[in-house]
Design a protein around this ligand. Structure first.
Ligand code: PGA
Length: 244
C-alpha cells in the first residue's frame, strides 16, 4: 500500500483522475471500477475536463460500479446510476452499452449478483478500481462484519452508513439495503486507488493502516494487495502522520 498525503483536494483529484485518463490513453479498452459518494467527484471532474480538452477518450472503456441501492430504478434521482450519469457518464464519450451496474430492482437478487460477477470476469477483470472509504471502514457497501465477502451480494446497510448517506435523500426515503460488489471482486482489481477526504475519515484510515487485517474493518484487507495507492488530505491523515 502506498500512501500519499496531499495538501489540497485538487491535487488528489488531478492525480487520481490522471491515473484513469492515463489508463484510457495507454489501453483504450481498459476496464474501470467506479465509486459514488462525494469523495470521487473531483477525480470525475478532472476526467471530464480531460475529455473536453480532447486529451482523453473513454469511448471504448468498460465501467463497473461498486454498488446500487435496492429498490431504486436506474432513473431514480437518488440511484447511484443517476449519480454516475450526472457526474461522469453523460459528460464524456463513455458508451452506454459499456456501462455496467448491479440492478437494485432485480427480483432474483442471487441471479443478478451472479450475472454481474460473470460480466466482470468476461471483461477480463477490473484494471483500476476507485474507492472511497466509509467512516466505519467499509469499501463499496461491504460493511464491518465477521468475514470478508467474495462476490456481489445483498447487504443490509448499517445505521452509521444510513446516517451518512441520508443527506442525499431529502425528498425520498433512503433504502435500507443495497447490492454491492464483494471484497473478493474489489481485491481482484489489478490496481486500486483509495481516496479519503476530511477529518471524519481519520479514524477509518488509522484503523486501515495501523490495525490488523479484519472484516471488522473491511478496508484493512487492502494491505494484502500489491498495487494500492491511498490518497489522503491532511485531515484524513491526521492520525497517521507518524507512519506516512
Ligand atoms: P463519501 O462515501 O465519498 O460520500 O464519503 C464514501 C464511502 O462511504 O465509501
Amino acid at each position: 500500500m502506498q500512501t500519499t498525503v496531499f495538501s489540497s483536494e485538487q491535487d488528489i483529484a488531478r492525480t487520481a483522475g490522471e491515473i484513469f485518463c492515463g489508463f484510457a490513453r495507454r489501453k483504450p479498452k481498459a476496464v474501470f471500477g467506479f465509486a459514488t459518494g462525494s469523495t470521487p467527484l473531483g477525480a470525475y471532474s478532472y476526467m471530464v475536463s480531460e475529455y473536453r480538452a480532447g486529451r482523453t477518450s473513454f469511448s471504448q472503456i468498460k465501467t463497473f460500479n461498486l454498488d446500487e441501492y435496492c429498490g431504486l430504478p436506474k432513473d431514480h434521482q437518488n440511484s447511484f446510476f443517476a449519480f454516475m450519469q450526472q457526474n461522469l457518464f453523460s459528460q464524456t464519450d463513455i458508451v452506454a452499452e459499456n456501462i455496467h451496474f448491479l440492478d437494485g430492482t432485480a427480483a432474483d437478487v442471487r441471479k443478478e449478483c451472479e450475472r454481474y460477477d460473470a460480466k466482470i470476469n468476461a471483461a477480463g477483470g477490473i484494471d483500476v478500481q476507485l474507492l472511497g472509504i466509509g467512516c466505519n471502514g467499509h469499501i463499496g457497501f461491504n460493511e464491518p462484519g465477521n468475514y470478508f465477502s467474495e462476490g456481489s451480494f445483498k447487504v443490509k446497510l448499517t445505521a452509521n452508513t444510513m446516517e451518512e448517506n441520508s443527506v442525499y435523500f431529502d425528498d425520498a426515503e433512503m433504502p435500507g439495503y443495497a447490492l454491492t460488489m464483494g471484497i473478493g471482486s474489489i481485491f481482484r482489481a489489478r490496481k486500486i486507488v483509495l481516496i479519503a477526504l476530511g477529518e471524519q475519515k481519520a479514524q477509518a484510515i488509522n484503523e486501515m493502516l495501523r490495525g490488523k487485517i479484519t472484516p471488522r474493518c473491511p478496508a484493512s484487507i487492502l494491505k494484502l494487495h500489491d498495487n494500492v495507492s491511498v490518497f489522503l488530505d491532511e485531515t484524513a491523515a491526521s492520525l497517521v502522520r507518524d507512519i506516512v
